[in-house]
Design a protein around this ligand. Structure first.
Ligand SMILES: [Zn+2]
Length: 376
């Protein structure tokens, strides 16, 4: 094909016929959809022999919904390939509660479209047992049975409303005698279909990329670009250099305790947490941090603040990433000691400098600015 003009773009050719394409299936995607079907069947099928064999060979995890990672010599082969597809499959699966003895109350998706810990973060923080199973929080003794949620302390007035919302969400669910099971969320009446899985894998990438938390009006391009690279995991942290064959110890430049990776240096590092806490503290929010940069951007939301501050608020993660990375590079290349106060100060100045640009009648001093950010 080299040197010849492509008459029609490959994406278009592969598109659905209704969209003017030829409906040719992309082979790699088709292959992934077919492999995905086995991850689904492993969770869905009940006592199949093949499943028992795999379970015995690799060991089970997550209450038997999947096998452990296939590692070492025994991990060569098809099952290993199948496990690579398990993550997106699980994004498309939900649990149907039966006895509730294999589903985690807070962290599995069984009541609504997302896990309860994501929707009720403040309550999750107060939960007496964050790993409780659904059955643990159900009380069969009271008449028809009912939810018996347990928390580490009594509620303040403003929290009671959230408890009400949680109970409202739980209203249509109850423990029954059947076994817990899974269902497929993407069409096919709860059943996996290769065709649906294929279209899901073939969806435009902007659906799964937090682009509106990265490319924002008036945020300096270098800052957006850095966030974009970080979201793809492409910044040159020590773990990546090691993978490229560099012989060097991996120790985070900021906390000097843990190994450096993109998610560590931008989110989980104890030093960086100071800045995240500073921001969340301003608006009095407690947040359970997701694991990855991408998830942080996805779930960083306007729900924390009012409409007026939403634009600025949305850009905060990018500014944190940028500030932290600059400090990290300073320490990595020029040496010297970490100064947390200076790091905080440089973050606040960055964000204030930007806020001044876009707010027409913005606050005039740094203190006013912080007040403004914190007001609701
Ligand atoms: Zn660190």
């Amino acid at each position: 094909m080299e040197g010849k003009a492509h008459l029609v773009n490959w994406e278009v050719v592969c598109g659905d016929k209704v969209n003017g394409g030829l409906g040719i299936r992309k082979l790699t995607l088709m292959n992934r959809a077919l492999l995905g079907k086995w991850a689904w069947r492993f969770a869905y099928d009940k006592e199949a022999l093949w499943k028992q064999v795999l379970g015995a060979k690799h060991g089970l995890e997550d209450h038997g919904w999947r096998t452990k990672k296939a590692v070492g010599a025994s991990g060569v082969g098809v099952w290993k390939e199948i496990l690579k597809e398990a993550d997106w499959c699980w994004d498309k699966m939900g649990f149907k509660v039966g006895k509730g003895n294999r589903i985690k109350f807070w962290t599995d998706v069984w009541c609504g479209d997302s896990a309860l810990y994501q929707r009720f973060q403040q309550l999750y923080i107060l939960a007496a047992n964050r790993n409780a199973l659904v059955e643990d929080l159900w009380d069969q003794n009271s008449g028809e049975g009912g939810w018996n949620l347990r928390f580490i302390r009594d509620f303040n007035d403003w929290e009671v409303e959230m408890v009400g919302e949680l109970l409202q969400a739980l209203r249509d669910f109850r423990i029954v005698r059947e076994d817990d099971s899974v269902f497929w969320k993407g069409g096919g009446r709860g059943q996996f279909r290769v065709k649906d899985a294929y279209s899901w894998l073939d969806r435009p990438t902007d659906v799964i990329f937090p682009k509106n938390k990265i490319w924002m009006e008036r945020v300096p391009t270098k800052i957006s670009f850095f966030a974009w690279e970080a979201t793809w995991g492409k910044i040159l942290t020590l773990d990546r250099l090691q993978k490229r064959g560099w012989q060097l110890p991996n120790r985070c430049f900021l906390c000097a305790c843990e190994a450096e990776s993109v998610n560590h240096i931008l989110i989980h590092c104890t030093v960086v947490k100071v800045i995240w806490d500073l921001v969340l503290g301003l608006v009095g929010v407690k947040w359970v941090f997701p694991n990855t940069v991408k998830e942080v951007l996805f779930s960083w939301g306007g729900a924390f603040v009012g409409k007026k501050r939403k634009k600025l608020w949305n850009s905060i993660p990018c500014f944190i990433f940028w500030t932290v990375w600059k400090e990290r590079n300073r320490l990595a290349f020029r040496g010297g000691d970490l100064n947390i106060q200076r790091l905080k100060y440089s973050f606040v100045c960055n964000i204030w400098g930007w806020a001044k640009l876009y707010m027409e009648e913005g606050p005039h001093s740094l203190l006013d600015f912080l007040d403004w950010l914190a007001s609701s």
